[in-house]
Design a protein around this ligand. Structure first.
Ligand SMILES: *[C@@H]1O[C@H](CO)[C@@H](O)[C@H](O)[C@H]1NC(C)=O
Ligand SMILES: *[C@@H]1O[C@H](CO)[C@@H](O)[C@H](O)[C@H]1NC(C)=O
Ligand SMILES: *[C@@H]1O[C@H](CO)[C@@H](O)[C@H](O)[C@H]1NC(C)=O
Ligand SMILES: *[C@@H]1O[C@H](CO)[C@@H](O)[C@H](O)[C@H]1NC(C)=O
Ligand SMILES: *[C@@H]1O[C@H](CO)[C@@H](O)[C@H](O)[C@H]1NC(C)=O
Ligand SMILES: *[C@@H]1O[C@H](CO)[C@@H](O)[C@H](O)[C@H]1NC(C)=O
Ligand SMILES: *[C@@H]1O[C@H](CO)[C@@H](O)[C@H](O)[C@H]1NC(C)=O
Ligand SMILES: *[C@@H]1O[C@H](CO)[C@@H](O)[C@H](O)[C@H]1NC(C)=O
Ligand SMILES: *[C@@H]1O[C@H](CO)[C@@H](O)[C@H](O)[C@H]1NC(C)=O
Ligand SMILES: *[C@@H]1O[C@H](CO)[C@@H](O)[C@H](O)[C@H]1NC(C)=O
Ligand SMILES: *[C@@H]1O[C@H](CO)[C@@H](O)[C@H](O)[C@H]1NC(C)=O
Length: 440
């Protein structure tokens, strides 16, 4: 029936196909068979470069504040320009959270850290897809806001907007409900996890703007900028000191700001401290780097994080839970900089065994996670609200670890790459419904 009526429409109005002049040459989606061409340095697989471009475009859609003249998303408007006025600051800008207009620093910092980490590993992909300028743009839109949200060493704004008020509103960006209060952590009411995670974001991105990579065999992105890197460095260091040395001690940030608990309550802070210390170790050298590394080892063991990686407990990698990423990043660091870890009791072998124990529990199905009949990895509880996120984050860590040749054997490398590829294939359409992003 549908087919018949659209055919009729075509027959009846053959000339009215488009109101605007069509681009010449026309844009066409990459042909499906491009999906089978492996990327190489001169010609990336065009399906992948389109996907990478779309992922960065998504962040343009999420922008808050005064939009730049080159904003790509025509249907977005300037919004929430008065953010911060309640505390005498300019806290406009940054990114809105998922389906609403609240700005949350804790998950934003995880996102920025993760994107910078990815670019440190695989930056050449952005270069090949001509996306490096958009990456820089996306990161600065977040980092520049995070800089504003950290106006003094021991103050970090962790939320702007009222979650209840905002979630009761379902509408466009021109009538976002007010008031939009600004919530902070500070020296007397600290938030160890939020401060450490923001430090990790600055430190990870600082490496990118300092022309670093995580492995000698990949070349850095063309994003080096010493003045920006030095700004990021001072925020990264100050936030780490704030996280570890606040006079109010250590506590999760929702203790100071209970308003954040509904949306993004944090389950602990040892993981954020450890991952911040690792990224700081990557950006520093000499004694400072060793001190950060031994701090990371201390947070990892004192927080009992190794327990979170064993079969049965195996935790996810997400905005709240960084532990699987800690072990992978530590292995990368230990391999890239053996001197750094040589004085420590925790060397590459320790991290390899933690990472591979975790991955094997998942791949072999000996832990709490399992595969659906269609092959999607499920972590009971964690996958309930976001079915692809835990699976794809594991796939991301496996790909990163295995393609950096960090595995203890070639067999392990092959099984992680294979498992990761299956999760990705599932998400992109190789599933019982043959559609991208099925719900289960
Ligand atoms: C790179 O990939 C393209 C498209 O698949 C192919 O035409 C080209 O020959 C490849 N170049 C090299 C150096 O392999
Ligand atoms: C990237 O830009 C170069 C130069 O403009 C062009 O030759 C190449 O096809 C572009 N690559 C992609 C994936 O768009
Ligand atoms: C932006 O403003 C235009 C008209 O001024 C409106 O049509 C559009 O819906 C707005 N965008 C959003 C996301 O609300
Ligand atoms: C410190 O943060 C707490 C919790 O957000 C807040 O109640 C208090 O007013 C802040 N202190 C100052 C000096 O702003
Ligand atoms: C970045 O590092 C690469 C080599 O790894 C070097 O060729 C390039 O000149 C460096 N860029 C800057 C701006 O330092
Ligand atoms: C480096 O970053 C600074 C600060 O954002 C900016 O003002 C400057 O234009 C950048 N320099 C280059 C060469 O991109
Ligand atoms: C925290 O304070 C201690 C004691 O003053 C000091 O030794 C340490 O360097 C501080 N930590 C950071 C990360 O600044
Ligand atoms: C080590 O860290 C301290 C405090 O963050 C800093 O003042 C100092 O310049 C760093 N040293 C080096 C060699 O970077
Ligand atoms: C290394 O030292 C830490 C204390 O910093 C300790 O908790 C941990 O058990 C030691 N790890 C190993 C593998 O010996
Ligand atoms: C997982 O399976 C592989 C073989 O497929 C085996 O080598 C490895 O030891 C197993 N690991 C665990 C923890 O069961
Ligand atoms: C991993 O090993 C392969 C084959 O030996 C090599 O081509 C590749 O460059 C290595 N990758 C890294 C990141 O070291």
């Amino acid at each position: 029936m549908l087919l018949v009526s659209s055919l009729l429409l075509l027959v009846t109005f053959p000339t009215v196909l488009a109101q605007l002049p069509l681009p010449n040459p026309p844009y066409t989606p990459p042909p499906p068979d491009q999906g089978t061409h492996p990327s190489n340095a001169s010609t990336p697989n065009s399906q992948w470069s389109t996907l990478l471009g779309n992922l960065l475009y998504f962040y343009d859609e999420q922008r808050s504040g005064k939009l730049p003249s080159n904003e790509r998303v025509s249907w977005r408007n300037d919004s929430a320009l008065d953010d911060g006025s309640d505390v005498g600051l300019d806290l406009s800008g940054g990114y809105y959270d998922a389906g609403d207009y609240v700005k949350y620093t804790f998950p934003l910092s995880f996102t920025l850290m993760s994107i910078c980490w990815g670019a440190l590993d695989a930056g050449q992909g952005y270069e090949a897809a001509n996306q490096t300028a958009y990456l820089d743009d996306m990161l600065r839109w977040g980092l520049d806001w995070l800089i504003k949200a950290h106006p003094s060493p021991n103050t970090l704004f962790v939320q702007v907007g009222d979650g209840n008020l905002d979630n009761a509103y379902w509408g466009g960006d021109r009538s976002i409900p007010a008031p939009r209060p600004s919530y902070q952590i500070n020296n007397t009411s600290p938030g160890t996890d939020a401060a450490a995670q923001a430090s990790a974001a600055f430190a990870a991105c600082l490496s990118l703007y300092s022309n670093r990579t995580l492995s000698a065999s990949s070349s850095p992105l063309t994003m080096a900028n010493n003045s920006y890197a030095s700004t990021l460095r001072s925020h990264a260091r100050d936030l780490y000191t704030f996280a570890t040395n606040a006079t109010g001690g250590m506590q999760t940030y929702q203790t100071a700001v209970p308003q954040s608990a509904d949306a993004y309550a944090s389950s602990g802070y040892s993981d954020e401290l450890a991952i911040a210390a690792l990224f700081l170790a990557l950006t520093d050298s000499g004694v400072n780097a060793s001190t950060y590394y031994s701090d990371a080892v201390r947070w990892y063991f004192s927080g009992n994080l190794e327990q979170q990686l064993v079969a049965g407990d195996e935790t996810v990698f997400n905005w709240d839970s960084k532990t699987p990423g800690i072990a992978v990043l530590a292995a990368q660091l230990a391999a890239a900089n053996p001197d750094l870890v040589s004085g420590s009791n925790t060397t590459l072998k320790v991290w390899q065994s933690a990472v591979e124990g975790y991955f094997d529990a998942i791949v072999n199905g000996t832990g709490r996670s399992y595969l659906t009949q269609g092959g999607l990895l499920i972590f009971p509880g964690d996958s309930d609200e976001a079915s692809l996120n835990p699976a794809l984050n594991v796939a991301m860590l496996m790909t990163r670890y295995a393609s950096a040749n960090l595995t203890s054997s070639q067999a392990a490398q092959a099984r992680y790459l294979d498992f990761a590829q299956r999760q990705l294939d599932y998400a992109l359409g190789k599933n019982p419904m043959s559609v991208p992003r099925p719900r289960h």
